[in-house]
Design a protein around this ligand. Sequence first.
Ligand code: MRU
Length: 350
Amino acid sequence: MKNNGLRASYWQKDDFMVLDQLLLPGKIVYIQCSTFRDVVSVIVDMNLRGAPLIGAAASAGAALFFKECKDHDTVLFSRMVEELLSTRPTAVNLGNVLDEAKAIYKENISLDSDHLFNMFRDFSINVHTRDVERNIAMGRNGAQFVADLLEGKKLNILTHCNAGALATCGYGTALGVIRSLHDMALVENVWVDETRPYLQGARITAFELDADSIPHKIITDSTAAHLMSQNLVDVVITGADRVALNGDLANKIGTYSLAVNARYHNIPFISAMPVETFDMFIKSGKEIEIEKRSDRELLVFNGKRIAPENSEGLHLGFDVVPAELTTALVTEKGVVSPVSTTSVMEMIYG
Ligand code: MRU
């Protein structure tokens, strides 16, 4: 197992255990979630994050609902689903996993809560297992594509946020591709954007790369364009939180400027995600809801305010990369390149 065998979340008997990512890399502490509201809290508070992992946590939340609620009915179930859905609006995996949960509930509504708890815990374990399998396949597909595109060159790769084992149930999406490239001895260095304000890059991606002995250097987010201008970046690889049918994708704020800069410097921009991250109901990125978070997260650093008391901030969690800037979308089913509605539909349904 990569990443020192650390798992972002797992089931321990009837409780769902969540690695507190806010304490990384200094402390390894797991939060015990015994109720579905515990799961809501860890998602809202960012103890757990990353689109596929948020989806997996939602499956655990649905299971824990039946542990508490001995007299379930459709109204209570729908209320629980709505509460989970409102936690992180951009990550579509959340809605997609909850759609599966709704279908399971509809089929088994006559069972008592104890049976449903066991059934949903099994579902949640399955969501975890299948995510790792998808990521390994995605890593292989993406690494082969990049190796062919850049003719086996040893690469300087730039990545943003954390799209690794800890943003998923294991191995990672963008970091899965990077891990596979490393296994092929094709990684010279990974430039890790620190990713303000939660520092998912500096704290979590660097932690994962360090654990796997993959050479890397952390940079401020605004260093990326300069490195590109100096021919120090061969390829940009990121994850995604929601992809529209035309290939427009939402990812951590700052991804759009990376894609624009990559195009200007003629550098491939590649994004990796499971098919579950596609939103089958939206035609373009214009329809993606962008999560707006409290400006406190921006204006307060390490518990101390860093801006004048009267200054307000704007803290958007994500931005949208138009399909025309993306060289390839990498999934467990294959690689979409060039990116268009037709090629996306072929990959999903072909
Ligand atoms: O706000 P976060 O930390 O949940 O944002 C995570 C990202 O933007 C990741 O790049 C994305 O979820 C893909 S993770 C496999």
